[in-house]
Write a protein that binds this ligand. Sequence first.
Ligand code: MN
Length: 297
Amino acid sequence: MKLCRFVYDQQAPLGADRLGLVEGDEVLDVSGALEAIPAQRWPIAPGDPLIMNLERVTARVHALTASAPRHQLSAVKLRSPVANPTKIVNAPINYQAHIDEAKTDQGIAHGRDMSKGIWDWGLFLKATSALIGPGEDIRLRFPQRRNDHEIELAVIIGKQCNHVKKEDALQYVAGYAIGLDMTIRGPELQCFRKSPDTYAVCGPWLVTKDEIPEPNNLDLSLRVNGELRQHSNTKRLVYNVERLIEYATSFYTLHPGDLIFTGTPEGVGPVQPGDLISAEIERIGRFEIRVADTYDQ
Ligand code: MN
């Protein structure tokens, strides 16, 4: 099942968000299924309410499909399928060929010791306020600095978990999406320079895990203005999906809707206002997103 969050107009307020079931090039408006989410009073439990109640919601989705209004996907604006993660967990240097390119390009490494591995670096967090979907624009905060694209498989956590063994890790996954870990290159800490508004893209939808039994063998590719920049396969991850969940939960609890951006392969490079990024991952799908200046309207 492919579930998306969409609006009819990019300027629509948060309350206008719809829940969609994607079938081919159409989206079925199944927003009625959101009634399966119990009302919450302050303070709300940590985690995304849709993902927390995903089984109840999907059961209602099935009942609604026959009568759901249909729209062309190209006519709606897709937002991040997860609205309220508590964390966006990111893997640095998790493909060997990306480590190799960072060793030879000081524009990427900025003096950091690339002889160390992910087991030395640990994971880092992007601000949740950076999260957008492909129907919005990436707005470059400092267009005069180097702003890079990084395509990554995004894992969407389904259940609260802590101290998970890798053998058990996939049972805590709700599904998968495409992540763009947009990055300002420079000397600042990753959590700072990768967290401006719009620098975390997730989309085009959540693919439930039953459709992707093996997340560690997916082709992924990224184009800028039609030119192929990144192309690899998640089988080349240094820490695979299960090991990343084990590693993350050895340090903290993950909550429903938390995102793990699993790291980017080689081919990272700069984008400019006006560019069009196209990102694709096997079994998930493809999206296009526009790069803009912060002040463009
Ligand atoms: Mn990254």
